[in-house]
Structures are given as structure tokens and as C-alpha cells.
Design a protein around this ligand. Structure first.
Ligand SMILES: [Zn+2]
Ligand SMILES: [Zn+2]
Length: 253
């Protein structure tokens, strides 16, 4: 099936991982659109569900927890204008060395409709070593040690918290895919296939598919025009042998 045929047969019903101007550092806007811009884009593309999931608070571009009420107000306003889209306030928490393994505390966790989690280059996440491991030749033993530590942190984050989506596993941190696949299956965490990142790639996805996992395709849009992008990832999933019925936001029409 070519992309046009795929688009006709399979549509995306919801995009549960998008960023807005609440992902920012001082005056630098990491996410380019406002909440309403993402909601409008979702409505125009025929999505019925949308997640606003800005970066966790320890991220360089992380949201400010104090602004949650403002985010809720923006969502309520946007839904008035685009009532056909159900909009959720989520967060893309960082997997870090903290008591619950996230940069979102247990107290703040319930203030979001759901919490996604993933690795990023942020403090308390072996940031420098992880960055270097992707950019320079890295001694094998050191890389193995880092892989072990990254994997342990994911296991901790997923078993201590009710995480909806593990975002772009294998990107920004080397991991043991088999172990991560197993813990996603055990905890019912959705494995993300991410439009913006190189991992998981087809080889990684074959490993995840060999466990009892469900998947989700996310645009990870940082600009409104990218909300709802999915075709490239659907093609990748099919290439890896994942049937569309295992992707929770794909509708076979
Ligand atoms: Zn991310
Ligand atoms: Zn993201």
C-alpha cells in the first residue's frame, strides 16, 4: 500500500503528544503554537482527541507547574470554539533520578489528565553521558553500564507511576529494548512510535511487537501544522509487522 492508500484506509483519531508555548525557556518558545492553535489544527485534520503534553518541569524547556490553571483555562476556551475535539491536559515527564523516577512529583501527578514519560537531555538523567554516547565513539563497558542505568530508570518510572505512554524509547538514551518491552507490557504502558525521532525504528519495533504490547503513534508536534502527522510512522509500524489493530489511535475505515 502506498501512502495515499494508507491515508484513505487508516485515519488517526487522536494525537496524545503535542507541545505548545508552555514548553519554553524564558522568552525562547520551544513549542511554537498556543493551545488553541493545536486544537484548531486537530479539528481541521478531523481528530476527535488531542493531548497537550508539554515538557516536564526539570526540562530546560519545561512547563511551569504554577501555570496549570492557566493551561486548563486555555483548554476550556479552545474547546468552546472547537467542541468536536476532546482535549486533555497531559505532560511529557522526564525520566530522572528522583524518588518516583520522574520530574513530576506524586503530588502534582494527579493534576494532569494523564502522564507520558520519556528520556531527554535534562539534569539528573545522565544527560552528558547519554548525549556523548550518541555523538562520539564510546567505550563498550561504559556504554553497557549506561544502558543498564537507563533501563533501570525506565523500569522504576513505569512501575512506580501510572504512565500512559513511554515516549520515543531508545532515543536520547541507549536501553535494553527487551526489558523495556517486557515492562511496558506488564504495566500496560503504550509504546510510542514517534514522528519526530529516529527511535524506535523498525528493528526496535520488531522487539516491542514480540511482547504483548499496544502502540500509539504521536506527532510530538512542536508546531501546530505538525499536529496529527502519522503516515510515516504507520508505514514504519507495518514494516515492523505491527498490525493496525495494535495501534490504539488508528481507525481502519
Ligand atoms: Zn520527548
Ligand atoms: Zn515531546
Amino acid at each position: 500500500m502506498d501512502l495515499e492508500q494508507l491515508k484513505k484506509r487508516f485515519r488517526l483519531k487522536g494525537d496524545y503528544h503535542t507541545h505548545t508555548v508552555y514548553s519554553r525557556m524564558w522568552f525562547y518558545l520551544h513549542g511554537k503554537g498556543r493551545v488553541i492553535d493545536n486544537v484548531r489544527a486537530a479539528a481541521e485534520k478531523g481528530l476527535t482527541e488531542l493531548g497537550i503534553t508539554d515538557h516536564g518541569p526539570w526540562d530546560f524547556y519545561g512547563l511551569d507547574i504554577k501555570r496549570i490553571p492557566e493551561m486548563r483555562r486555555d483548554i476550556a476556551q479552545a474547546v468552546k470554539e472547537f467542541p468536536l475535539v476532546s482535549v486533555f491536559l497531559g505532560v511529557e515527564a522526564d525520566i530522572v533520578d528522583s524518588p518516583n523516577g520522574l520530574d513530576v512529583s506524586p503530588e502534582d501527578f494527579g493534576r494532569f489528565d494523564y502522564v507520558n514519560a520519556g528520556y531527554h537531555y535534562v539534569p539528573h538523567s545522565c544527560m552528558i553521558r547519554n548525549w556523548l554516547s550518541f555523538h562520539i565513539p564510546f567505550p563498550k563497558a561504559a556504554k553497557e553500564k549506561l544502558r543498564r542505568r537507563n533501563t533501570d530508570r525506565i523500569v522504576k518510572a513505569l512501575t512506580h507511576n501510572n504512565i500512559r505512554i513511554l515516549t520515543h524509547p531508545g532515543d536520547k538514551a541507549f536501553i535494553d529494548e527487551h526489558e523495556v518491552a517486557r515492562v511496558c507490557a506488564e504495566t500496560g504502558t503504550l509504546v510510542e512510535i514517534n514522528v519526530r525521532h529516529r527511535h524506535p525504528d523498525a528493528e526496535d519495533l520488531k522487539i516491542y511487537a514480540s511482547y504483548d504490547n499496544l502502540f500509539v503513534i504521536s506527532s510530538d508536534a512542536h508546531k501546530p501544522e505538525n499536529v496529527g502527522r502519522y503516515l510515516k510512522c504507520l508505514e514504519l509500524a507495518l514494516e515492523a509487522g505491527i498490525t493496525p489493530d495494535r495501534i490504539v489511535n488508528i481507525v481502519d475505515q
